[in-house]
Ligand binder design. Sequence first.
Ligand code: NAI
Ligand code: MG
Length: 340
Amino acid sequence: MAQTFNILILPGDGIGPEVMAEAIKLRQELIGGCSIDAHGKSVTEDVKQASLDSDAVLFAAVGGPKWDNVRRGLDGPEGGLLQLRKAMDIYANLRPCSSSSPSASIAKEFSPFRHDVIEDVDFIVVRENCGGAYFGRKVEDADYARHSSRRRSGPPTRSPWPVISLDKANVLASSRLWRRVVEKTMTTEYPQMKLVHQLADSASLIMATNPRALNGVILADNTFGDMISDQAGSIVGTLGVLPSASLNGLPGDKTLKTRPYGLYEPTHGSAPTIAGLNIANPVAMILCVAMMFRYSLNMEEEARRVEDAVRKVLDSGLRTPDLGGKAGTKEMGDAIVAAL
Ligand code: NAI
Ligand code: MG
């Protein structure tokens, strides 16, 4: 029987509407600079409520020079996204990186790494998304911090794998707290999983020299997670094909006090200099749809089908200009739909 889901579509600014159109063939103007223009604020209460009422949110990108004067804090376009993350409490940001991903053929061409170094790379970064320095709150309240770090550990998704927890426990008090809580959570709730503590700076070096050594679930706070996930992006060598998911948990998680929320967004921004030219790469946005099927809608087969279609089209050599090709945004989207 056909199921019906409620998906909130937030295309945003710049190339956002273009890449989103390829992912869903639909447009609305709800968040980001476009919302500042229309409503005087980067995200409205209506949009926050709609996010909480949806099974998932597909988000493209926000921001651009037009709104530089309102760019500070929560008022700017990017602030709208921070407010949404907070409202949905989507504290776990997932960024997969695997040599068997649909964009593997892109990595072969564009990765600055030698092939043998990135062969069989297979990890997922889980970054804490709603706390830490990004939200400007001092970590003073030990109870709050303990609660927050604990939730940061999230449910591991791939049980045979190690969890590699990044911190700077050698110098930072916040990291020592992080480490204690990760340790306690893992031993009491996930005793079957191997836990490795890795200093964040040396993790960076390992990522740059032998990324396979980090295969597993890389767990990190907001700051270290931001840095290591961007660095992981260098393995593929380009922004236009990297999706991400932000979750407060998974469907079926009995500890959740709300419904499961998921927001899916490409790792790239609104690329204002190429907006409106039909040259933006829609692959990252389309792979977000696959992640949405996987994590929010519990539709693994559909997720794989979308990924297979992307893989097939990329393997066929069709490329947008960011990857040295001539295909337009729409042509790329159409080819992927045809492959599907
Ligand atoms: P960006 O990711 O928008 O662009 C970086 C470079 O990659 C540019 O050369 C751009 O042309 C290219 N690029 C990005 N996405 C592409 C795609 N799909 N296809 C082809 N080429 C692509 O980052 P930038 O330039 O630092 O920021 C531009 C605006 O986006 C800023 O206002 C920034 O604040 C905002 N931004 C928003 C994000 C979000 O909504 N989550 C994330 C990052 C930036
Ligand atoms: Mg980043």
